[in-house]
Unconditional design. Structure first.
Length: 165
């Protein structure tokens, strides 16, 4: 059973680092670089939106792997009990996965639908237009969810590091 614990720890830490590292790279490196070099905000938004849509399945997979690792950890324990820090990590992973699913399947789709309905791009629509107001609201929500997920992911990584030390 010791090896099952080891494998679960490896799977979990790889999933956490991929998920959190990917979000950090997107937020702090890719997005600023794209918006700095793209010919327009509209073009930058489309490019970053595509990258984010492609990263969503990675987030879903990482969330699933963390939960599978938790099930492996539970199965490998003698009395089938988990410590409070482990349960907290898996609750955080569930919350992160739910937020990622909502962001990817609901918010991103609404943003794309709105973007497609705006001829010439969002920047050409008056600021008081209801479509632009809705687009901006959804964009803020998407950004907030990603930031919150990043903070949760960092806290999950810290909990894991404290547990194994």
């Amino acid at each position: 059973m010791r090896s099952l614990l080891t494998y679960s720890a490896i799977i979990e830490i790889m999933a956490i680092t991929t998920w959190v590292g990917g979000m950090a790279a997107l937020a702090f490196i890719a997005a600023p670089a794209i918006f700095q070099t793209a010919p327009s905000r509209e073009s930058a938004g489309k490019t970053f939106g595509l990258i984010l849509r492609r990263f969503h399945p990675v987030m879903y997979g990482c969330g699933a792997l963390i939960l599978i690792a938790g099930a492996m950890r539970w199965a490998a324990t003698f009395n089938h009990r988990l410590y409070a820090s482990e349960i907290t990590r898996y609750v955080i992973a569930l919350i992160m996965l739910a937020l990622a699913l909502y962001s990817g399947l609901v918010i991103s789709r609404r943003l794309e639908k709105l973007r497609g309905s705006l001829p010439g791009g969002i920047d050409r629509i008056p600021k008081d237009d209801p479509r632009r107001i809705e687009f901006n609201r959804l964009h803020r929500l998407s950004t907030t969810l990603m930031a919150f997920n990043l903070i949760l992911g960092l806290s999950m990584a810290v909990l894991f590091a404290i547990e194994i030390s």
